[in-house]
Design a protein around this ligand. Structure first.
Ligand code: SF4
Length: 337
């Protein structure tokens, strides 16, 4: 089995299919203007499918499609059909802001998409608009129910909790997801990218989130799915509810991190907080053979020593503290979450 320098296998490939997004969320991509990747630099479906097959030779058995907003990529269902046909792939999912879901879900489901995560940071229209700077909550909720009607399961709601912005929304989201049969994942606000003005005071810790959720009833901890998923799972004592908490800041899980990322312009990135990636597109377009690309993927993974969240926590607990602006990172809009 291929292992990195901390003995971690590679299992979970996150493919960004576009860096474009139709939202401007404050915690991810707040800029109106941005240096978007030229369309000619974006990987084609053929290139993505080839790389996915090569990553699977290393041990990847799960693929998540991300962006930007992946549903902005034209004919995405064509890629979904190709990937879902890969032999040995156990899981294919999509993370979306949901605004185009209602219109796209019939084709995606027919192409083999089985599960999705939808980012919804508030059920209150005003707060939702303040966070996303778009007025699309109704469309997003329509998309959520349309996906349910098309048999997509599980459907999980992703919510980044920012103090003073949407921490008052936690109970609403728990009740909503429990009532309608969706999962919900609360994510600690992180210093992903350089644009989101992260400060530790704005972060609501997993412990605080848990205390709030417990107001709905006693919870049972179920642990991490497959032992390595980012979220720790909970359900209510009566067996209802599907609640996850992702404590990237206060309880880092780098020791079991088996995730690798492919940017829309073909960079291989081994950590959400990386400053740069390895250019696979150049190799592909220079005519490199499978064995040459395979050798590069193996050597990058074997040399991987990422543990950014552990280092951040150590710095936060040190006398000097942690300065988020001190390290340049790739923007999250290029990497997917
Ligand atoms: S900080 Fe990097 S290595 Fe740690 S869990 Fe996140 S992506 Fe994985």
């Amino acid at each position: 089995m291929l292992l990195d320098s901390f003995g971690r296998p590679v299992r979970d490939l996150r493919i960004s299919v576009t860096d474009r997004c139709n939202f401007r969320c404050t915690y991810c991509m707040p800029y109106d203007e941005y240096e978007w990747v030229d369309r000619s630099e974006i990987l084609t479906f053929e290139e993505i499918a080839r790389l996915a097959r090569l990553f699977m030779r290393l041990g990847v058995d799960k693929i998540r499609l991300t962006g930007g907003e992946p549903l902005l990529r034209r004919d995405l269902e064509v890629l979904v059909a190709r990937l879902s046909a890969l032999e040995g792939l156990k899981d294919l999912c999509l993370t979306t802001n949901g605004s185009l879901l209602a219109e796209k879900i019939p084709a995606l489901a027919a192409a083999g998409l089985r599960r999705i995560n939808v980012s919804i940071d508030s059920l209150d229209p005003e707060t939702y608009q303040r966070i996303t700077r778009r007025n699309d909550l109704v469309k997003v909720l329509e998309g959520l129910f349309a996906a349910q009607k098309h048999g997509i399961a599980p459907i999980k709601i992703n919510t980044v909790i920012v103090r003073g912005l949407n921490d008052g929304e936690i109970l609403n989201l728990v009740q909503f997801s429990r009532t309608h049969g969706f999962g919900v994942r609360f994510i600690e606000f992180m210093d992903a990218g350089n644009a989101n003005q992260w400060k530790s005071e704005k972060m609501v810790s997993a412990r605080e989130i848990l205390e709030i959720v417990q107001a709905c009833g006693p919870l049972r901890e179920l642990g991490r799915e497959q032992g390595s998923a980012p979220s720790v799972q909970y359900q209510f004592a009566d067996g209802s509810g599907d609640i996850g908490i992702i404590a990237s800041v206060t309880e880092p899980f780098c020791s079991s991190c088996n995730r690798v990322r492919l940017t829309a312009d073909g960079k291989l990135v081994t950590c959400l907080f990386s400053a740069q990636g390895h250019d696979l597109k150049r190799m592909l377009r220079a005519g490199a053979g499978d064995e040459e690309i395979d050798a590069l993927l193996r050597s990058v993974w074997q040399g991987r020593g990422d543990r950014y969240s552990v280092e951040r926590l150590q710095a936060m607990q040190s006398a000097g503290g942690y300065e988020a602006a001190g390290r340049k990172k790739i923007e999250m809009i290029s990497l997917g979450g």
